[in-house]
Ligand binder design. Structure first.
Ligand code: SAH
Length: 285
């Protein structure tokens, strides 16, 4: 089996009698060099189990089945799922699921290697990486999101996904990928990102309650990144019916914990994690 180019992808789609579905983010890889690059950069050890999200026509899967003893691949599209089941029927190391990745109960895995459906990047990250023991990853994602993961210090890219992602994961390498390496070409520029789990994930994030609070907290404060911390926390509280604290309470909280009342955007990811941990204790007492 060889990796696919554009005419092969077109032929298979024709034989299956389908067109790429926009709502499922179907942009199939058609550049063999890019496939090789993704596999190479993944540094797969044969004993490492792999999760693939959205195998599509199997452009990456073809290589994965030769590199690992155990692959789990989730494809939501039933036509593609049948095609893949047939194509890879002789590979016992590949377990295919015809399921929505966001609803699935995924088996434990060491590595996630995927060209994901770009429109659900945020929910996919939450599902696979925002855990107590996230896997390593090699993912093709939208370049503008990749920049938000990597450029932690730039005001412009500092956002909700910067903070949540970097609390759990360490972005390691990033390569731009042309949108013409896919059929049909998506409207956005893409990037391959290599990411590793942090070895020092904060204690707050190891418990289900703490993690749920953290994700909600970051989502609630990041829209106010140019406000000072007292106002940011005040807006967060005001927008959430569960909490009733006055501005004075919040100022006392900052003072007692020696947290500077500077612009949210001047805080580092780790400072925000620490802040959320202290705030979690504060509102639970
Ligand atoms: N990895 C393939 C296909 C990428 S296109 C390649 O690189 O060529 C994205 C794939 O994700 C499509 O096959 C699409 O059907 C699938 N997909 C979209 N949403 C999904 C979901 N929620 N769960 C599982 N698969 C999904």
């Amino acid at each position: 089996m060889n990796n696919m180019n554009k005419s092969e992808v077109l032929l298979i789609l024709k034989q299956l009698g389908i067109r790429p579905k926009k709502n499922l983010g179907q942009n199939f890889l058609i550049n063999k060099n890019t496939v090789s690059k993704i596999i190479l950069e993944s540094h797969i050890k044969i004993t490492q189990s792999i999760l693939e999200i959205g195998p599509g026509l199997g452009a990456l899967t073809e290589d994965l089945v030769k590199k690992s003893n155990q692959i789990y691949a989730y494809e939501i599209d039933s036509v593609l799922f049948s095609y893949l089941s047939n194509k890879f029927s002789s590979y016992e190391n590949l377990k295919l699921f015809n399921e929505d990745i966001l609803k699935a109960k995924i088996p434990l895995h060491d590595l996630i290697i995927s060209n994901i459906p770009y429109s659900i990047t945020g929910p996919i990250f939450e599902k696979v990486f925002y855990n107590a023991q996230p896997p390593r990853g090699a993912l093709v994602i939208e370049n503008s999101i990749a920049e938000r993961l990597f450029n932690k210090k730039s005001y412009k890219s500092f956002s909700r996904i910067t903070v949540t992602f970097n609390a759990f994961m360490k972005p390691v390498r990033k390569f731009k990928i042309s949108r013409f390496d896919f059929f049909p070409p998506p409207k956005i520029e893409l990037a391959l990102v290599i990411v590793e789990p942090r070895k020092d994930i904060d204690k707050l994030l190891l418990s289900d309650d703490g993690r749920t609070f953290f994700l909600k907290f970051v989502a609630g404060i990041m829209p106010y990144k140019n406000k000072n911390m007292a106002n940011t926390l005040y807006y967060f509280i005001k927008n959430d019916k569960n909490f009733t604290y006055s501005k004075q309470h919040i100022e006392d909280f900052l003072h007692e914990n020696q947290i500077k009342n500077d612009k949210l955007a001047s805080f580092s990811v780790d400072e925000i994690v620490e802040l959320s941990s202290k705030f979690f204790t504060f509102i639970n007492n």
